[in-house]
Structure formats: C-alpha cells, structure tokens
Design a protein around this ligand. Structure first.
Ligand code: FES
Ligand SMILES: [Fe+2]
Length: 392
C-alpha cells in the first residue's frame, strides 16, 4: 500500500509514520487535527480560580475556569517577558500575570498593565482558543477561523449515568492507540489474562470498515453472524461497547464508552473516557457507589502506567499481572511497547487490520490534500441513530 505523501516542495517525503502520526503545528497532520474540537481535560479537574498548564499537540497553553464558570484557554506564556501564565491569578474571567501584573481577558485581550502607559494594553493580545464543555469534558478548537459544529458527536439519549473515568497518560503517539481501538482481534489475546473481555474471545471476528461522513464505521462479524458495530468519530474518538470494569459486572453489565485519544505531543497522549450506562433510580445509586469504590481501589494500587512500564521492561509477567485497572495496563503495555512513535514501514498487515488500514488511507488522503493546499473533506456530525452494538 502507498503510504507516503507527496510534497510539492520537491523535498523527499517524510517517513510514513511521521506523516500520519504527527500533530505538530504547521504539519499536515497537525493542521488536520486542528480542524476538529479536541478533548483536553475533565471538567471537574478545571476548578474555578486555579490556572493550570496544558500541553496539547506539542503546544503549551494555560487553562482556567473563570468566575462565570466558563473555561478559558490562553497561551502558556505572558507576551511581556514570557512568565508562565498559570503562576498568576484568576480574577473574574480574566487572568493576571504573576511577574508584572498584566491582566488578560479570556478572549486574550490585555486590559491592564499597572506599570505601563494607558493605551499600550489594547495593542497587546495573548493567544486564546475557544473552549466548550460536553459530557464532563472540556473541548478546545485550535484551528483557524470558525470552529466546527458543537457538540462534535451525539451521545446516547436513553436514561442512565454518563460519567468520566480517570484520565490516563500514555507514553506513545495517539494514532497507535486510535488504531488499536479499531483492532477487534487484539481483544482475544491482549485481554485474555484476567478474562475481562471473555465473551468477545469465543471466536475471532471478521473485521470490516467503511468511511462515513463523520468518520468510520467498523463491523466485527462473528461466526454466529452477529455483528459488533463500533464507531470512530474523526479525528480521534472511538465509541464502542465494552465489558464492565473489574468488580462491577453485577451493575448494569456492558457499557458504552466515548474514548478520546488526545495528543499531548507526538510521543505522549491522554486517554479521556466518558462512559454511559443504562441504569436509573436505585441501580444508578448502586452504580455510582461501586464506581467510587472502584476509583478508590485504583487510586490505592500502583499506577497503571507504572505497572505497564514494568512489564515493558521485563519486570513482572504479563499473563500473571492482576490489578483493578488491568485492561488499561494491558492496553498501555501493548501499544506503548511498540515504541513511542513507530516507523511503520516494516509492518506486515493482514486482513484483520482492515479497519486501521482504511483509516490510514483516509488520513493519508486528507493530509495529502492539506499538503497540496486543497480543501479536503468536509466532515459532519454523526446522526444520533448510528449507535454501536454489543455483537455477541
Ligand atoms: S511577564 Fe507578564 S507582566 Fe511581565
Ligand atoms: Fe484493548
């Protein structure tokens, strides 16, 4: 399969993996990702009044929640002499630099400079990007011009609990994990220890995929003829039905998740997962209590990323590892273990890789259009009728 992207400059085409996987500003991959809303934080982690640093797609920002409750994202550094903005004070919906007190509105406009002449402030502006909240997550738009429609995708409207799980920092490129989420076959092997995904491992599915207006739809067809439908919203969200988390199989059963793979930079990503479970009333209370218990168990255990790193380094036995967050450890070890940003030229892809092959083709086509200065595909928001199914 052809994987390199022709560049009009005549310079040799960058290697395939870097072409498709990079999200650095100014690269075709970076420009592509910046056409979409990207999940950047859990809403509950952006507390009123406390600014924090935020790194997304190899760029640094400051994120804070103002007095109005709105989330603002501005540049990491003050334009005066480059002090870190998150060291400063949130005042109303503005932020004041800790170094010499310049104050900026959430729009990025400088409105106060205590030691400067009147009139200077209005000529100074800091970069600000639009931020919106949805399903417990903060999304930001890093591109030029008007952002696309919001919310970026529909969620299930049936009654139930929609909550956001713990955030995972994973030390590899986001595309490795987005591709893993298209790889139905890994489940039978990667998640065999611990047995969390056992019903999906009874036989191996035939994987197929097709491009849609909003991303890609994937089918895993079992020998029984049953189909597991999963959705991939462009550019980095997978909507799929997954097994209960350890110790939670008696509440609500399998659940639907909206799994976001957010690039921190080319070699690091964050996993943001919002989960929807169809439980109401007492069952919902039971679920919330179990979920809190589960989060506490995870907090008390060694961090998943640490355990995965130990396994990658050969300390500990993969098959024998047990942990409340075992599936996450298994996924990190198999995905980050490939390398932080993999050169893919030598890969031997097979028929079961159909979905990720199709996504690479879509990505290659879109990045080529960007490199050639063409508009590329206009993506739309998925209709709410298209939903994932369990498939067994
Ligand atoms: S560096 Fe921010 S006010 Fe001087
Ligand atoms: Fe997995």
């Amino acid at each position: 399969m052809t994987t390199s992207i022709p560049y009009e400059t005549g310079a040799p085409a960058p290697r395939y993996s870097a072409d498709l996987a990079t999200t650095k500003p100014g690269t075709p991959g970076g420009l592509f990702m910046r056409r979409f809303w990207i999940a950047v934080a859990r809403g509950k982690d952006v507390t009123q009044g406390a600014a924090k640093p935020l790194r997304i797609m190899s760029e640094d920002f400051t994120i804070y929640r103002g007095a109005s409750g709105a989330v603002h994202i501005v540049d990491a550094h003050c334009p005066h002499r480059f002090a870190l903005m998150h060291l400063g004070w949130v005042e109303g919906d503005s932020i004041r630099c800790v170094y010499h007190g310049w104050r900026f509105e959430g729009s990025g406009q400088c409105v106060e400079q205590p030691a400067e002449e009147a009139g200077f402030a209005r000529k100074v502006r800091i970069r600000a990007v639009p931020a919106r909240e949805y399903i417990g997550l903060v999304y930001a738009y890093f591109g030029e011009g008007e952002p696309p429609a919001f919310p970026p995708f529909p969620v299930r409207e049936t009654p139930g609990v929609l909550d956001v799980w713990n955030v995972e920092h994973v030390p590899c490129n986001y595309l490795q994990s987005f591709e893993n989420s298209m790889d139905e076959v890994h489940v039978a092997f990667t998640h065999a220890p611990g047995g969390s995904h056992a019903p999906l491992a009874l036989d191996l599915p035939e994987v197929s995929a097709r491009e849609t207006d909003w991303g890609m739809l994937r089918l895993g067809t079992r020998k029984t003829g049953k189909e597991r439908v999963s959705l991939h919203y462009a550019p980095n969200v997978t909507r799929v039905i997954v097994p209960p988390r350890a110790g939670m199989d008696d509440v609500g059963g399998w659940r639907e998740i909206y799994f976001h793979f957010t690039p921190l930079d080319d070699e690091n990503q964050l996993w943001f997962i919002a989960g929807h479970i169809e439980v109401t009333g007492e069952a919902a209370e039971d679920y919330r209590a179990k979920q809190a218990e589960y989060e506490a168990k995870i907090a008390a255990a060694p961090p998943a990323g640490f355990v995965a790193a130990e396994l990658m380094a050969g300390r500990g036995v993969y098959a024998d590892t047990r942990h409340p967050d075992l599936a996450v450890i298994q996924d990190i070890a198999t995905q980050a273990g490939q390398g932080r940003m993999v050169k893919r030229e030598g890969e031997r892809l097979g028929r079961s890789d159909a979905a990720l092959i199709l996504w690479r083709k879509i990505l290659a086509r879109e990045l080529r259009a960007i490199a050639e200065g063409k508009p590329g595909k206009v993506w739309s928001v998925a209709p709410k009728e298209v939903v994932p199914t369990l498939g067994f």
